[in-house]
Ligand binder design. Structure first.
Ligand code: PLP
Length: 375
């Protein structure tokens, strides 16, 4: 198998699975329980929180576990708007956010908010000046992702934070594709909310975290119930997932520099190999080391993905969340229909070998040479 879809999800290393099994079968207590087994579970959640906090270089009480990146995005957006309810009802975001942000903002428009969607240039990048130009007196929230999940473009979150220093608008960044892929800390980004998700970095699915810091205060919970997570995120803690998330972070932190270099080496090797394929175009800037988008204009991406999967080469047509639909990211970048419809995303992880990329290049070339363009 040649798995080249790490931006969709990642394999869970043995150590992570073992940590989770041990929690499920031995340290299975409810962290709210008074007895020893419960206390152990509480300790485990607190230690795991400290691990995530170390990775962000923030205080543990600024990290709250969520059920996924989608929840973190929705919560941050609603919490910021609640805090800034007297500032106004205007949101600035980008046209290329993940649907966890875009659909939440679209829902808020139905509820009476106004939104400005900043568009990227043809390369997929967005500048802080564009965000500045979109700000209004009544802007309560700016939500800009750190790394785009389809093109690997890195957005200037720290510059945007500097822009908002003397303004009331709060800043949220969806860092799901940036965490452990590009170096940053909570302070270096300067955002008030930072969304993370475990399954993009070798952790299990169904667990994420939200950093709540900076100027965020009196955070409104998204759900109401028990007093878990300091009353901010009720629901019995997903202890096994939490432990798996922390173990995945620990493993990646220990080899952080080596992994950054490995991912970049894979991207550069793939660029070199794929540039030999006639007509193939590189899409987007691939600033982040783990994502490379390419197009075979005229060859529908769904067909490419299906044919490659028959050869056990796994890549995706744009974002895995948009199966069958034209990618809103590529549309916002202004790509021609033929080019957008022929775009596939290749993404790397620490486990990726150059042989996986060789297999991909071979399969793509064969597709190009044996199929007729249809679009
Ligand atoms: N944000 C980005 C940029 C993503 O790539 C994803 C997952 O694809 C999410 C949010 C959603 O994360 P989760 O799958 O944990 O809900």
């Amino acid at each position: 198998m040649h798995y080249l879809d790490h931006a969709a999800t990642t394999p869970v290393p043995e150590e992570v699975a073992r940590a989770m099994v041990s929690v499920l079968t031995e340290q299975f207590g409810n962290p709210s329980a008074q007895y020893e087994l419960g206390r152990q579970a509480k300790l485990l959640v607190d230690q795991s929180r400290s691990t995530i906090a170390r990775a962000l270089d923030c205080r543990p009480d600024q990290v709250v576990f969520t059920s996924c990146g989608t929840e973190g995005d929705n919560w941050a957006i609603r919490a910021a708007l609640h805090q800034n309810r007297r500032v106004g009802k205007h949101i600035v975001t980008t046209a290329v956010e993940h649907s966890a942000v875009l659909q939440c903002v679209k829902q808020l428009e139905q509820e009476g908010y106004a939104a400005t969607y900043v568009k990227p240039d043809r390369s997929g990048r967005i500048s802080a000046d564009q965000i500045a130009a979109a700000l209004r007196e009544d802007t309560a929230l700016v939500s800009v992702m750190l790394v785009n999940n389809e093109t690997g473009a890195v957005f200037p979150v720290a510059e945007i934070a500097a822009l908002l220093k003397d303004r009331p608008a709060l800043l949220h960044t969806d860092a799901v594709q940036g965490f452990m892929k590009i170096p940053f800390t909570a302070k270096s980004l300067g955002a008030d909310y930072i969304t993370l998700s475990a399954h993009k970095i070798g952790g299990p699915k169904g667990i994420g975290a939200l950093y709540i810091g900076g100027r965020a205060k009196n955070t409104m919970p998204l759900l109401f119930g028990g007093g878990q997570e300091n009353g901010l995120r009720p629901g019995t803690e997903a202890t096994a997932q939490v432990a798996g998330f922390a173990k995945a972070v620990e493993l990646r932190m220990a080899r952080r520099e080596e992994i950054f270099a490995r991912l970049a080496a894979c991207r550069d090797y793939a660029r070199e190999k794929l540039s030999a394929i006639p007509d193939l175009q590189f899409i987007g800037p691939a600033d982040a080391p783990h994502i490379l988008s390419v197009s075979l204009p005229g060859y529908p991406s769904q067909n490419i993905v299906t044919e490659l999967s028959g050869k056990s080469v796994y890549i995706s047509a744009g974002s895995a969340c948009h199966r069958g639909k034209a990618s809103h990211v590529l549309v916002a970048m202004g790509l021609e229909r033929k080019t957008a419809a022929g775009t596939v995303r290749i993404s790397f992880g620490p486990e990726t070998a150059f042989e996986d990329i060789d297999a991909l290049a071979e399969a793509l070339l064969e597709h190009r040479n044996t199929r007729f363009p249809m679009l």
